[in-house]
Design a protein around this ligand. Structure first.
Ligand code: CS2
Ligand code: MG
Length: 405
């Protein structure tokens, strides 16, 4: 079965998404997500100028060989742009293979290891009171795991809060230039322990709680925070420090038993390797889009399982429903699946373009058995939402130093 054509679509149903469609000579097609938030068109160019010409006429069934060909064959391997392109091609080829086999992709990976996929909700607010109100609602809706983020007093635009916007799509959808937000580590470290203390006082310990630091601390600051949060027993602290300093996680490990999660910015298994084999992390967060596709996630899951590290795949609003559905299949199969980040089933605009069937019940997601990934892409609807250049924010310290957002 040959690859006859590969199309790339960019649309903005609330925020930008890059979608790959691989069409075979048997008329079967597969979809992949190539969205790289804030650098979308770089991936489009990488695909159209460098990847697609090499793939036309190749056997669509040779998923592994095509992965190796695109990864090693580029010579200049690795990196966010190239791995988003490879991730999308890989997802689309798994979609094709599932459709030809008339099986959902999780069956091709090894079948179900669980009935449903435990997810964690995003709960955020402009004050601790506000967060606790939203936490109460999430518990009532049936969530068993929740991520808490709160505006730090005096620090508008704190990562993970909406600042009055109605949803993340609105928040990160159209920023013609990178917004600049203030940041104070000292205020953050003074504030966050109180948030979790109040959450435990009000809701107890049945609900599992996590928090995304978003790479803003130094290793010793993250160790301090982990230690201060130990009485509140978090499921994990995410992105405590930037992932490019694996030894920073050794510092955290030496000081606190609070579990840590890392990996939404990983592009290959080699990024994860030192952190996993040294047991510096407890959950790995790599996304199929950023990490080179389902082929990569399967390898990563198997490697991580040797070290008791579980999957907690990234599930941000800048990953399209195609990546979300790819995670559903990996999450159903992976014996060491932990929890899936979940920000809801999207907005009316998003569902205009991407359609899939999944339902949420009692803290878990259940997907309908469909061949392939089980997601569709409406090319006509996508045309109604043209690309809009948009950037992620940056943060600066009080003295103007550029900091991690
Ligand atoms: C965040 C992401 O969901 C998360 O854990 O870290 O929303 C991240 O900010 C975005 O993916 C950046 O594009
Ligand atoms: Mg994160």
């Amino acid at each position: 079965m040959k690859i006859k054509d590969i199309k790339v679509f960019v649309c903005c149903p609330g925020r930008n998404f890059v979608t790959v469609k691989i069409i075979t000579d048997h008329g079967v097609f597969g979809l992949g997500d190539a969205t790289l938030n804030g650098r979308e068109l770089a991936v489009v160019a990488y695909l159209e100028e460098h990847v697609i010409p090499c793939l036309i006429g190749r056997d669509a069934h040779q998923i592994e060989d095509i992965w190796q060909y695109l990864f090693k064959g580029a010579y200049w391997q690795n990196g966010a742009v190239s791995m988003a392109a490879i991730g999308a091609i890989d997802m689309a080829l798994w979609d094709v293979k599932g459709k030809v086999a008339n099986l959902p992709v999780y069956q091709l990976l090894g079948g179900k290891s669980r009935r449903g996929i435990t997810v964690y909700a995003h709960v955020n607010g402009e004050s601790i009171e506000d967060v606790l109100n939203h936490l109460g609602k999430a518990i009532k809706e049936g969530y068993k795991v929740v991520r808490l983020q709160c505006t730090i007093p005096g620090t508008e635009g704190t990562y993970g809060t909406l600042g009055g916007k109605k949803n993340y799509y609105e928040l990160q959808g159209n920023r013609p230039l990178p917004p600049e937000h203030p940041w104070s580590t000292n205020q953050y470290l003074n504030f966050i322990p109180e948030l979790f203390k109040r959450a435990r006082e009000k809701f107890g310990y049945d609900i599992e709680l996590c928090h995304d630091i978003h790479s803003r601390l130094t290793p010793i600051e993250a160790a301090q925070l982990g230690k201060m949060l130990e009485p509140y027993r978090l499921k994990f602290l995410e992105d405590a420090v930037t992932y490019d300093n694996p030894e920073g996680y050794k510092v955290i490990r030496n000081h606190t038993t609070t579990p840590v999660a890392l990996g939404e910015k990983f592009n290959t298994i080699w990024d994860a390797k030192p952190l996993i084999e040294n047991q510096y992390i407890d959950f790995v967060r790599t996304a199929a889009t950023h990490g080179g596709g389902i082929t990569s996630l399967k390898k990563l899951a198997d490697f991580a399982s040797l070290y008791h590290v579980r999957l907690a795949p990234h599930g941000a609003p800048d990953l399209s429903p195609i990546c979300f559905m790819a995670h559903m299949h990996v999450d159903l199969w992976a014996p060491n699946f932990g929890v899936q980040e979940f920000i809801g089933f999207g907005t009316p605009e998003l569902n205009d373009v991407f359609s899939f069937s999944a339902k949420f019940k009692d803290g878990e997601i259940y997907i309908k058995d469909k061949p392939g990934l089980g997601v569709d892409f409406n090319e006509e609807a996508a045309k109604q939402y043209p690309y809009k250049r948009s950037y992620l924010p940056v943060t600066r310290l009080n003295d103007g130093t550029l900091w991690n957002w």
